[in-house]
Design a protein around this ligand. Sequence first.
Ligand code: KIV
Ligand code: ZN
Length: 535
Amino acid sequence: MDTTTAVAPAPRVRIFDTTLRDGEQAPGCTMTLIEKLDVARQLARLRVDIIEAGFPASSPGETEAVRAIAEQVGTADGPVICGLARATTSDIETCARAIEPAVRKRIHTFLATSDVHLEHKLRMTRSAVLERVAAAVATARTFVDDVEFSPEDAGRSDPDFLCDVLRVAIEAGATTLNIPDTVGYVTPAEYGALIERICALAAQTPGIVVSTHCHDDLGLAVANSLAGVRAGARQVECTVNGIGERAGNASLEEVVMALHTRAAYFGVHTGIDTRELARTSRLVSACTGVYMPPNKAIVGANAFAHEAGIHQDGVLKHRATYEIMTPESVGIDGSALVLGKHSGRRAVRKRLADLGYELDDEQFHAVFTRFKELADRKKVIDERDLVALVSGEIDQPSARWELAQVQVACGTHAIPTATVALRGPDGEARIASATGTGPVDAVCKAVNTVTGELGELSEFTVHSVTEGINAAGQVTVRVTDYHTGRAFRGHGVHTDVITASGQAYVAALNRLLEARASHGNVLATTTAPTAEAAV
Ligand code: KIV
Ligand code: ZN
């Protein structure tokens, strides 16, 4: 008699990454096309199932970015590429065109279902919503077989009406039902109960996937997503580092590691290569300028640090005493230490390629020059330094200002004074000095004396790339164009944070100037605006 019993494999939970859509929508998180492509490639290496690449109807630039991701990342063995569309024919058509090059593609259309949204935002009746949902999903199905529908603000919607809407979406051909807690209002028990009810409804039609989409306004996004999985959801929508509207979305790395570490409890698995989590987090931080606090779960600098004597003693005796997962399992390990001042071009190029950067010769030359400068000051260059260096150098306009030299005088009894030498797009070097409220302010003012006052420094963050006294400082600034109101980010990396600040400021001005030039804007000159405009 055969006594073996077949064990059913744990069901798969799909990871739907919306860093490039809901995440990028957050204040200060906008990325350039090249940054979006880098993040999308890294998400593919992380092996997310679906990348929501953007909201194509929101702007021509967004359409272009979604299309580029569909072309370059939406390969046969790559993730599904998804675009967001409101429930209108024109949005859905624009979305379909943008995702068209991807081998596997999805249209995600949405319409709000809560009374507060119907009454005050959409000014629509419930029956009009039902009709619009049916039409939108059916239109999307004329372009793709894979259609996701989201009833926006589902968390605050009348559950009976919500189920009516979802039935209509299924009849019209939706294959994924995503249940957004748009304003981060519900609790895990409430969300779990809602998902359970929706799973029962979806089960009447084979092949429908129920998905979670939780915001973090009450700090419950991850807990709610996991409650959804326990209740039967088989897709989780989340973002790297939890970036997103207001307090953000459910953090991808936290959801994934909870499902991974507590696999027996959740009884599911994901396809994520967890060893890519730390690298993905760093890349998204470098591209958005949003750095993680040290105590951030999974990817914070202290997430695996054991400080207390009792803890250190326990970990030395047996790691499992205080470690529920290993740093290696999320990609934090010693092998990241790779290069030094004697490393040549070939080794640096190879390491960059391993990290997924495809740089042309000009970009590589710029990164290599910065690498050598940094290696002269810092003995060991690790992966984090390289990511920081690249984020400062890629996507820089070719005709640009370059910071050749910075010198500052400051201190308790000195008036902060800076002298800068800038090489202009014409190759000429120009020197200027200025005083300011502090050394960074003085550097920015000296730069403005050369370039003209183009915008206002609206954000400034400095952060240490690695540990130790000789660590490089990474400065991220945001400069808001006085004339267009658009904000431009710039990064600088140097062991001297004042130099890094100057580099970051000049990088942001270069992007601002390029944007003005590419819009054929007559303001693309370096003429200083009037005194009133500069206030
Ligand atoms: O939070 C939300 O409701 C959304 C939808 C567009 C899915 O992001
Ligand atoms: Zn959202």
